[in-house]
Design a protein around this ligand. Sequence first.
Ligand code: PEP
Length: 260
Amino acid sequence: MDKIYLGTNWKMHKTINETELYLKELNKNLNNIDFNKIKLFVIPPYTSLNKARKELVDSNILLGAQNMHWKREGAYTGEISPLMLDEIGVDIVELGHSERRQYYNENNIDINKKAKTALDFNFTPLICVGENYEAKKYGISEEMIRKQLKIIFNNIKREEAKKLLIAYEPVWAIGEKGEPAKPEYAEKIHILIRSYLEEKYDNMTSKNIPLIYGGSVNNENALKFLTRTNIDGLFIGRAAWDVESFLNIIHKINFFKYNS
Ligand code: PEP
């Protein structure tokens, strides 16, 4: 893939003020970035989305939301609807993060419904898949990921699938207690995802859906993932919450892209 996707999910971090400071600093320091080669995105919490939209108005950085309900509106206290996100003007909706599955019982059927709605609203669904520690321990990672894909992609047509981004995020690799996957292992799973997409759609479609890796990515290991042919980008949590740290990763990758 000729483009690298680099994005961050802020989870439940950053107030509106902190969002403004972060994005101003980010925008100020991207002058030499080749946006034809690097696609950046940030995924703040809901309360910061409006401010973030304003800060990113003239920038090449895409804006995402961390979740969304599949219904347009209704009696769903505490939920956020696609209409609300559409009004703000988000580009991406992250769906199925492992923390949503783990703490809020979100399942693959929910994620499938959300993906369909997101496509109807012209958002880019960023679908997260990945096995948990138990599946890895018992050697059933591939089965678990295929099951996730089969349900999440149910009734998603080829033309729709082309608009998606997929993040492979092994649960055991995420967060402070996580261990980053070995790049060769991550690539093996990316190849599995590609072959599922090829089986379901076709070779071209499968090749054109960006597959990004997430799970304890940092400045030291970022490039090791990106030198793998089937890894099209990185989804970064805590190593990107400090803007300087995110900028260091972005500039390192930009330099690599310029010289490769
Ligand atoms: C995540 O939670 O999606 C993630 C990638 O987090 P971290 O980089 O902190 O492991």
